[in-house]
Design a binder for this molecule. Structure first.
Ligand code: ZN
Length: 110
């Protein structure tokens, strides 16, 4: 008489979980991220710092054409604050300087 019923010793399936433990808690390693709708959150929000404030340039002079030109495209268009990150005070000074420089033909209009 053969005994095929080789029953393995009954093991407990898993260690009993404590009652208060959350099931499969997923750690977010991406850091703090703002919840947003679709289209948001593809780029990490980064606070831009005004470059002129960082360099402690109080007044943007139109004669500093090298500084003014860094806030413009190659074709001479002014870049917006959204792109340059300049503060309102410096953006006004940049806009003034660009217009003066255009009038003095230090910069191009187009
Ligand atoms: Zn500034």
């Amino acid at each position: 008489m053969e005994n095929n019923e080789t029953t393995p010793p009954v093991q407990p399936a898993a260690a009993p979980r404590p009652m208060g433990a959350p099931p499969m808690h997923r750690e977010s390693s991406a850091g703090p991220r703002r919840p947003g709708g679709p289209g948001r959150g593809r780029f990490a929000p980064r606070r831009k710092v005004c470059r002129l404030c960082a360099e402690h340039i109080d007044l943007v002079d139109y004669k500093q054409a090298q500084i003014v030109k860094t806030f413009c495209t190659d074709t001479g268009k002014m870049l917006s604050r959204r792109i340059t990150g300049a503060c309102a005070k410096h953006q006004r000074q940049i806009a003034r300087a660009v217009k003066i420089n255009r009038n003095l033909s230090l910069m191009s209009y187009n």
